[in-house]
Design a protein around this ligand. Structure first.
Ligand code: ADP
Ligand code: MG
Length: 310
C-alpha cells in the first residue's frame, strides 16, 4: 500500500509544526523519516494515522482519504506512537488479547502466539508489561502494531532509549517485517536509516528538505566537493598549502595532518605529492574523505556557518 501526503499544514497555537508537507511512500518501501527534535515527525505520523487532524491538506492510503475512510484505514495501519503507551498492569498476553479484540480478529489465539514468537517475547511472555525492560516493552509495542497484519506500519522512534543490542534486534525485526509491508519510521539516528531504509526524507522546522534514495543523498553530497586528508612528516603553513594547484581550501586537523579541498572534477592528489617533493617534504599518507549521511544531515539541518572545511 502507498502513502500519499499532500500539502499538509498543521499549527499548534502560534507554532507551525508542518508547512505544506507533501511526499509519497511507495508500496513495500521502508522510509526513514528523520529530523532533529521538534522538526514535526511525530505530528506528521499522528496525522497519517488519523489520530490528529491536519489544518489543511490530505493523506491518502492506497488512494483512500484517511479522514473519509477512518475505520477501513485503521485496519490497514499499524502504529507505534513515540511514547509507546502500554498498560503496565496487564500481562503481555492479556494486553495482546485486548488489542486483538479491538480489531475483532477471528484467529486471536493463533495470532497472539505468532506475534509473541515473531517479536521475540517468548521468554518473557508470562510477565506483566510493567516488569519488562525498555527493549521488551518496545517489542510489545511492535507486536501491538503488527497484530492485525496491517499493510502500512508507522513507527515513531522505535529504537529510542534502547541499548545497542536491543537496537540491533529491533532493527532486524523491522527489516524482516518490511519485506512485505510499507513502513515509515522516524528517528534522529542516521545509522538507523543507513542500516534499514531504502529511502530517506529529512524534515526540519516542519519542512521537507530532502527526499531521496539513501545512497543518492550521500553520493550527491559527495559529488560536489572533494576532500583529501593528508599527513606530512613536518608542519606546513596553511597559506602554503593553498598554493597547491586545484586546492580551494585548507584546514589544520592535528599534528602534521591537514584537510585539503578541491572541486569534485579535480583530483589534487598528484599535485599534493609534487608540492611535497618540490619542498623537500614527505607525504606519509593521503586519503579521500567521504561525507557520511550523518554529516550530510548535519549540514542540511543546521544553518550554514561558513566556517570549517567540512
Ligand atoms: P518531532 O517528533 O520531530 O520531535 P513534533 O511533531 O513532536 O516533532 O513537534 C513539532 C513542533 O510542534 C515542536 O515545536 C513541538 O514543540 C510542537 N508541538 C508538538 N505537539 C504539540 C502540542 N500538542 N501543542 C503545542 N505544540 C506542540
Ligand atoms: Mg517525535
Amino acid at each position: 500500500m502507498s502513502i500519499a501526503v499532500e500539502n499538509v499544514n498543521k499549527t499548534y497555537g502560534k507554532q507551525q509544526a508542518l508547512k505544506n508537507v507533501s511526499f509519497l511512500v511507495n508500496p513495500n518501501e521502508i522510509l526513514g523519516f528523520i529530523g532533529p527534535n521538534g522538526a514535526g515527525k511525530s505530528t506528521m505520523m499522528k496525522i497519517i494515522t488519523g489520530y490528529l487532524p491536519a489544518d489543511e491538506g490530505r493523506i491518502l492510503i492506497n488512494g483512500m482519504d484517511v479522514n473519509e475512510h477512518q475505520l477501513e484505514i485503521r485496519k490497514s495501519i499499524g502504529y507505534l506512537p513515540e511514547s509507546n503507551p502500554l498498560y503496565f498492569d496487564m500481562y503481555i498476553k492479556e494486553y495482546l488479547e485486548f488489542v486483538a479484540g479491538i480489531y475483532k480478529l477471528k484467529n486471536k489465539d493463533a495470532r497472539i502466539k505468532e506475534m509473541i514468537a515473531q517479536t521475540g517475547l517468548e521468554a518473557e511472555k508470562n510477565k506483566k508489561i510493567g516488569a519488562l525492560s525498555k527493549g521488551y516493552k518496545q517489542r510489545v509495542g511492535i507486536a501491538q502494531a503488527l497484530i492485525h497484519d496491517p499493510s502500512v506500519v508507522i513507527l515513531d522512534e522505535p529504537t529510542s532509549g534502547l541499548d545497542p543490542n536491543q537496537i540491533l534486534e529491533i532493527r532486524n525485526l523491522i527489516s524482516l517485517t518490511g519485506k512485505s509491508k510499507t513502513i515509515m519510521l522516524s528517528t534522529h539516528i542516521m545509522q538507523e536509516v543507513e542500516a534499514i531504509c531504502n529511502r530517506i526524507i529529512i524534515i526540519n522546522n516542519g519542512e521537507i528538505i530532502a527526499n531521496d534514495q539513501t545512497g543518492n543523498l550521500v553520493s550527491q553530497a559527495n559529488s560536489l566537493i572533494n576532500t583529501i586528508s593528508v599527513e606530512f612528516d613536518r608542519p606546513v603553513d596553511l597559506d602554503k598549502l593553498e598554493t597547491i594547484q586545484g586546492v580551494t581550501k585548507s584546514a589544520f586537523v592535528k599534528g602534521n595532518t591537514f584537510l585539503l579541498q578541491s572541486n569534485s572534477d579535480t583530483d589534487i592528489r598528484g599535485n599534493i605529492f609534487r608540492f611535497a617533493v618540490d619542498n623537500g617534504i614527505t607525504v606519509l599518507s593521503q586519503q579521500k574523505m567521504e561525507k557520511s549521511l550523518e554529516e550530510v544531515f548535519h549540514e542540511l539541518t543546521t544553518s550554514p556557518s561558513g566556517s570549517g572545511i567540512r
